[in-house]
Design a protein around this ligand. Structure first.
Ligand SMILES: C[S@@+](CC[C@H](N)C(=O)[O-])C[C@H]1O[C@@H](n2cnc3c(N)ncnc32)[C@H](O)[C@@H]1O
Length: 305
């Protein structure tokens, strides 16, 4: 864990790897960090490790997901022991560990959405990518080659996260727009909505999708309130851009962060770098923690034209 930011479990779309790049565009100190689309809260955790904010607001529409984060922060040892119980049971389960996953999934869909069960499903499912059916049932399959993070690996990570966030964090499970309504100048909002490719209407990858026009309206409202914010929103791979740009009228600066070689392209024998877009609000210019202006490209970045 040394030198890296602690994390609980894999989560599709996690910004853990990009966190050091994203944090360069955030101020060194601010009052509250608000994450309306927190997922596994990689950016909140990275900021808390560096003690950048006094308070943290962690929100995600996915309640069981937020319950894992809340348990990690507020009752870390209960979460680790509850998880250890579920995780260990897979090795003695009569039908084997795959059947055990399906049993926990059935329990979860039947109403036992304890943080330990959710954490186990995340740890054990394919690529940490949650999938939901149209009636809200968790329907992702188990990763057949792995047993999921061991409780031994989990424990120091959860303890570290609790150490940095306990007593400073509020957990919410609202729609992002309700959370944005509560923001005020002095806050820093980091938004990482579901990708547009999987937005517009229901998104089975993330429990819920969002409408592009609603999102643009919400961003415009933040501008009018004078709240600083950053948005991770789609990007490009090779020559291909994915997702629609946010409108120019919002007055945002767009930088492209190097997210590494695309595994999809590698499978096709091509070496292409994936870039993830980061939009920065007007008010943040000159307040970032890098000594360079955000209009000058950093070494690993590419300013969009
Ligand atoms: C790309 S993921 C965020 C990943 C996160 N940055 C991380 O590092 O783990 C997007 C998240 O938005 C949540 N979400 C989707 N629609 C939402 C809504 N209307 N309001 C709040 N959260 C929402 C999903 O449940 C998902 O966890």
């Amino acid at each position: 864990m040394s030198g890296t930011v602690p994390h609980i479990v894999q989560y599709q779309g996690s910004k853990r790897i990009l966190a050091p790049q994203i944090l360069q565009y955030m101020p060194r100190r601010f009052e509250r960090l608000v994450e309306p689309f927190a997922g596994m809260a990689a950016i909140t955790i990275a900021n808390a490790v560096q003690g950048r904010a006094d308070k943290y607001i962690v929100n995600d529409l996915n309640k069981p997901l937020v319950s894992v984060l809340q348990a990690a922060v507020e009752s870390p040892m209960d979460l680790v022991s509850g998880y250890a119980q579920v995780w260990n049971a897979q090795f003695s389960y009569s039908g084997g560990s795959i059947s055990h996953f399906y049993k926990v999934r059935d329990d979860f869909n039947g109403g036992d959405q304890s943080p330990a069960n959710m954490l186990y499903l995340l740890a054990r499912c394919v690529k940490g990518s949650v999938r939901y059916s149209s009636n809200g049932q968790f329907n992702q399959s188990p990763d057949k080659r792995r047993h999921g993070t061991s409780p031994k690996t989990l424990k120091p990570n959860v303890q570290a996260i609790s150490w940095h966030l306990n007593g400073r964090t509020t957990f919410l499970t609202s729609d992002y727009r309700e959370v944005l309504e509560t923001t005020r100048p002095g806050d820093l909002v980091y938004m990482d909505p579901p990708y547009q490719g999987v937005c517009n209407a229901r998104d089975n990858r993330y429990f819920s999708g969002i409408e592009f026009s609603d999102f643009v309206e919400a961003v415009d409202m933040l501008n009018r309130r004078g709240v600083d914010f950053l948005i991770s929103y789609d990007g490009q791979c090779g020559d291909r851009q994915y997702g629609e740009d946010l409108p120019k009228e919002l007055g945002l600066e767009k930088v492209l962060l190097n997210a590494g070689l695309s595994s999809q392209s590698l499978l096709l024998g091509k070496k292409e770098v994936t870039y993830e877009a980061l939009y920065i609000s007007r008010g943040l210019r000159g307040k970032t923690s890098t000594s360079k202006s955000i209009t000058q490209p950093l070494l690993f970045d590419k300013i969009a034209v």
